[in-house]
Ligand binder design. Sequence first.
Ligand SMILES: Cc1cc2nc3c(=O)[nH]c(=O)nc-3n(C[C@H](O)[C@H](O)[C@H](O)COP(=O)(O)OP(=O)(O)OC[C@H]3O[C@@H](n4cnc5c(N)ncnc54)[C@H](O)[C@@H]3O)c2cc1C
Length: 384
Amino acid sequence: MGSKRASDTRLACRRCDQCGIRTGVKSDDDDVCVLQCSLCGKEYPFYKSQREDRQLRAMEEKSDMPSACNTYDTIIVGGGPGGLSAGIYALRAAMKTILIEKGAPGGQMAINKGIENYPGFIDINGFELSERFLKHAKSYGLEILQEEAIAIEPGIEFHSVRLANGKTLKAYSIILSPGGISRTLGVPGEIENLGRGVSYCATCDGFFFTGKPVAVVGGGDTALEEALYLSKIASEVHLIHRRKEFRAGRIVQQRINMEPKIKVISNAVVTNIISDGNGVSSIVVKNGEGAESELHVEGIFIFVGFAPNRKLVPAGAKMSEGGFVLTDERCESSIPGIFVIGDLRQKYANQIVVAASDGCISALAAARCVEMRKAGFTNCKLAA
Ligand SMILES: Cc1cc2nc3c(=O)[nH]c(=O)nc-3n(C[C@H](O)[C@H](O)[C@H](O)COP(=O)(O)OP(=O)(O)OC[C@H]3O[C@@H](n4cnc5c(N)ncnc54)[C@H](O)[C@@H]3O)c2cc1C
């Protein structure tokens, strides 16, 4: 062992004939190297050759991945509550797992200042809850790669995830949890004043409008709940909705009617957001007859819908009309071995507890699916 070169110990890599996953170096000598499958533990001694050495060296140059080999049982894309919860369950199911996250772990949960409906916490800051999810996942040794996934390519034996850095990772199963983003109004002044009076998150930015007039745009549950939240902070809240009726639930509508600070403007749309140079100073509202008027507000909170992040959804996966991925009860999409969870999945409610629940279901189902795929079945739906 004494005269071996340092680089030899890290490079060798081949597929285990029992598990099908790639092996890493357990030990090596000048002539004989022992590889070991990281899943079943089977050992593979072999004699080194210069050709092998060259191939392996080239592999090392191409890859700076945290593990010796780029093949996993499952790859989780997205580190919001769905992805992190999937990570916890995947590791507990002894799957070789990596989570790809392009930003900070926690997703939308991390930007929410006060979460009052995650069981076990009467009121918790979203950043703190994200830290707790992350710490929990890391306690099982979850490998997290900070990188953007740019494509998912379904395969027969393995599915692939292409990364923005040019690398490709492979896995028997993929758990896709990239969440989504709020829709915009698309009016002049909206993008220009983002963070200067235009916001998509009242719980994050409401504090900056203490004692000031604001507008809320939208007619669903989120818009009305955020209007109620803002009525505790702002001097007045103009709730603008393009239809005559709200889509929100009855209870929240009753609470809106009982709140004197909230003034409802229905059958109207915002056509312009005006700035005085320091930030939003007014908005232009057009009513059902087409007449426009200027309304003095210093903040505008927009809740006109949510766009699921479907950029990575592979062609062929069945989608709902609204652009959400259709899955079975195990969160498996119509492509065997590709699971979709959280806000990207078609379901009744987009909430942290639901994303976390999806994470659990998908990881347990993926573990079964991986077993099936390793046994040679390409369609793990047979295991359902
Ligand atoms: C303002 C606001 C307030 C909310 N309040 C509450 C509340 O009080 N209670 C509640 O239960 N829910 C609340 N929600 C909803 C809740 O936050 C979401 O339902 C939940 O976060 C969805 O989790 P997710 O894991 O599906 O996705 P997300 O939380 O959206 O996380 C997705 C992650 O994937 C990453 N990602 C995306 N694309 C890629 C890519 N290509 N490569 C790598 N990484 C990628 C993102 O960076 C992100 O971190 C709120 C949402 C918002 C916007």
